[in-house]
Unconditional design. Sequence first.
Lengths: 214, 214
Amino acid sequence: MLTLYGNLESGNVYKVRLLLAQLDIPHRRIDVNQVRNEPRSEAFRAVNPIGKVPALRLEDGRVLSESGAILFYLAQGSPFWPDNAWDQAQVLRWMFFEQYSHEPYIAVNRYLLRFGQDPGAAAQRIADNAVKGNQALETMERHLGGHEWFGADRYSVADIALYAYTHVAHEGGFDLTAYPSVTAWLSRARARPGHIGLMQETSTEPVWRLGESL
Amino acid sequence: MLTLYGNLESGNVYKVRLLLAQLDIPHRRIDVNQVRNEPRSEAFRAVNPIGKVPALRLEDGRVLSESGAILFYLAQGSPFWPDNAWDQAQVLRWMFFEQYSHEPYIAVNRYLLRFGQDPGAAAQRIADNAVKGNQALETMERHLGGHEWFGADRYSVADIALYAYTHVAHEGGFDLTAYPSVTAWLSRARARPGHIGLMQETSTEPVWRLGESL
């Protein structure tokens, strides 16, 4: 059985959980608490030396990190990964866009405002991120003016990658009502078979906490 | 013939040029000058609405952006892209790592120090980036302690993606002598057939400037 390391609140972990749910793949989750800084702990670094969630452990013990790489791996041979190189490249294009031009602003502002120790001290950073995050949302809005999905002509891991932090962008201070095409796309994504919410458990086994023996 | 949009100084453009050179693929380059802010110009946004280099235009007019997606597309069927899903996922893992945990610190400090209007005003940002950039170099050093290459057991687009900004990290104030395995890996990469330097032109046609008609 696959083992997923990560916490429910993390959008990067949610991407993998959403795909696992939509592919109906049994797995267990081991909770790695970000607020308690467990990703940086010795116990987790023994699994993933980079100290970041999510990490996926296969039954044979091999471990894969980086949410985008995990989505790619799990989606092979499924409808969530297109079957021609051009569409595949477009899917990856949007996944790289998400990691480089979207997540560092939209997810980070959500983190600073929801979980940060002192949002006041981070005011300038939050303001700078708001500008860049809105640029990312404008890019998405423009694309969705002519397309139903990102990357391919159907729902794919690109949509899963972008859904994760876009659907909670308001928690980072972003006003999604200014982006009607993005809002409509979020609704279409939510209506896909097997969709789960961010805080909805997908583990088909009891959830372990990091440090509990397996 | 393929058309590549971008300037020579950009590491993200260099990734694509290096692969094109090593695959011996004829192409022409259209220069998009970053210091003159041409990526954000109307003329370039007509090609790539996101306003970022590199962008690759196929003969049929389709355009692909994001260096990682372009590397993926061009490497299909070549020795630079492994042939099994696990190694492919590992290659992508390092490419996502590069874009999320390496480039925003190492490339950005190089940009601020070399091309920035006022490095003094950016001193705090440069110092913060130095910490994160060194973490990325430590992650690479640890991996290279047990592996010859990133991602697969041979030179791949993951190595190309990481080479681009690592080999000029000293221009961003990073001391590579502290990372002997990284330094040795840079030498191995430089010794690969078809390797070209950052400022070495690869265009097999005269270089056009943005705005010149084609």
